[in-house]
Design a protein around this ligand. Sequence first.
Ligand SMILES: Cc1ncc(COP(=O)(O)O)c(C=O)c1O
Length: 399
Amino acid sequence: MTLVPNVHDAEPIPPAARDAIDALLQSGDLFRYTAPQDAPVALLEAEFAELLGTKYALAVSSCSAALFLSLKALGLPRDARVLIPGFTFAAVPSSVVHAECIPVLCEVGENYRVDMRDFAAKLDNVQAVIISHMRGHTSDMDAIMELCEARDIPVIEDAAHSLGTTWHGRNIGTIGKVGCFSFQSYKMINAGEGGILVSDDADLVARAVIMSGAYEHNWKKHANAPELEQAFARWQNQLPLYNLRISNLSAAVIRPQIPELARRVRDGLANHDYVAERLNSSSYIDVPAPLAPERRAPDSIQFNLVGLSDEDIHTFAAAAEARGVKVQVFGLSQDNARAFWNWQFLPEQVDLPQTRAMLMRACDVRLPVRLTRAELDVITDILLASVGEVVGPVPVYGT
Ligand SMILES: Cc1ncc(COP(=O)(O)O)c(C=O)c1O
């Protein structure tokens, strides 16, 4: 009998990381700027830029740090208004507040993507946009870029959950002016903590590098192109240092996982789609489809409960938990960091009725890519049985 898997365990870190860490422990060379060249962090940046097909990458302490530095590197004035989706993690509006800007929230649809009508309506009063591809669900980047380019509004892609996702075959995170990724656990590449930003804009990257903590002439260890060198020279001594660097130890954990990414994406997508198809057989469950240009890279699944009351949904989540599967209902769990009404630190509060309604029905279950078919079946059976506990035997389409 297959046991309920522990969905909080990630994949083991490839053994090559141990050798690299051992060498670092031997030399004590943990700071990214000690070695004259080829420090693990510098190698990670080169490898990541190549992986995504961008000119530059800057590894930092977290995706939140990458978002904050992106906003600062855009040179936004104090109190600039930054449009963000109403469904994202609290770290995103926090990065906007940290950059002394004002988050403006826009509605998100039942499919977890930015509502383009509300987005377009709110665009005229903002100076920048952050698109969180929440849980890897890609918003309509064609429409977003067209609207933003027409107004010369820079787009930051929060691709924290989207490493490996593509849009028309192009890597998510490379469509806007800058893309930010997370290496925190529960992401496609797991270093416990860490983040990286990618961009083709030399001036933006030079500013971000200096502000990330490349003090004095440490920026020279990033200057791999003449236009970057000129940008660094322009910004020397002009910018504050926020010291959001990442250590060589983290880079040593991340780098051996890069060659694993294609397999993780393939397995994660196959697992997700297998569970999605089974869940969609219930008329009480809806797993929203991807948009046509999107190829996802999921390590979790989100679905909406249809036609159930709040009480039913609590009963469903409790029944699943009793059987060993933790379901997060974004809007129903107390103090959830993805529910916008809990972001009480925002300078401007707003209600988003459509997003609120979605959050009250939207469930989140982790599906780490290492799960076997038998384990996926155990999880899916539990979810379907838990719905059945609330509504009686689950009617199945086509039978
Ligand atoms: C959508 C989203 N954006 C940004 C972040 C911030 O990532 P980090 O923990 O690396 O700062 C998270 C964290 O999980 C997230 O969920």
